[in-house]
Design a protein around this ligand. Sequence first.
Ligand code: HEC
Ligand code: HEC
Length: 320
Amino acid sequence: MIRVALGARGAFDKAIDECLPVFNQTTMRKVHELVEKRAMSEAMRTAGRWGAMVLVLLALGGSAVEAQEAAELFRQNCISCHTIGGGRLVGPDLKNVEERQDRSWLVDFVVDPTAVLGRGDTYALELKDASGGVVMPRIAGLTRKQAESLLDLVMAESLLEQSQFAGLGLGDEPFTALDIAWGEVYFSGTRRLLNGGPPCLSCHTIGAMAGLRGGRIGPDLTRVYERLQGRKNLASWLQAPATEIMRPIYLSKSITSDEIKLLVAFLEDTARNRAEDNYTARLTMLLLGLGGAGFGFMLADGVWRNRFRGVRRALVRGER
Ligand code: HEC
Ligand code: HEC
């Protein structure tokens, strides 16, 4: 498939040469090797945006573009509920799904799950039971052709030892105090998210933090860890936030896997220890426990300065 798409190997080489000096030649050669060796999508991720653009232009109309589109489509619409080889989330693990059902049934289902369930299909009803009664939503505008290429993608990814859609692989081992503290740092915006997404606190509150600062556009997230039923679901939700407001923002400025892990650590902790009165005490403990003075200062600076401001703002407004 990739060979076909990049059949014009000469053209590709030429394009690389013409791209110089804009692109570093060694990097582009590496990209080229990768493209030959691995799945297109893998290479694109490695090559970064510019490399990806060149490849896309070159392969326009080819099946590699379809594969790339499918990967993007999957990333945007499916990973919040499915992994490929990473275990069940809200929906079943899709690894080797075509060994369980035939293609035309799956296309029908992906395009319009409710319709398939509506006709009393037993397999679909079993799936629904296994998913705690959650019905897969219809993805608006998804064509049969796109569903086909999504299933091609799923089957191709199923062959890989580690699919790029295997999920974040968060285990059950407890998060460390450091994970939680860093999660809070990212949540509050004391440290900016790597890809430039806005801090969560600009739209969300967390229980005890609520009186101090925090936006009101989004819901309070103190208990969201429970609401979304734990680590795996929350983490995959954050990989592709499915709400109208967050989706467009974090689609282009995605939260990295590492940041997601830390945010999940923080949100797991708030769900478990949210009592308002012990919040400050806990934070102090945490800071003391951290030991690293520099880190402590940084955290304290962010948290206490904002706290001060928040209190003052409230006073000025005459709220308290
Ligand atoms: C909101 C969660 C959610 C999203 C988003 C979602 N699914 Fe599903 N999916 C489910 C659930 C739940 C099931 C199990 C059937 C049911 O309960 O409706 C399912 C079932 C499936 C099945 C059948 C699995 C099997 O074992 O036979 C396929 C295939 C599938 N989904 C593909 C997709 C694709 C492709 C996308 C993205 C375009 C997607 N799903 C998006 C929740 C979701
Ligand atoms: C621009 C505002 C905005 C920012 C920034 C933002 N969110 Fe949201 N978020 C929302 C809104 C609005 C909703 C509710 C959407 C809905 O109800 O459909 C939401 C919902 C959520 C939910 C689901 C809540 C639920 O009960 O289902 C989670 C989890 C979440 N946000 C986490 C985060 C995290 C973590 C960050 C920081 C990385 C963040 N959000 C940044 C606006 C924002």
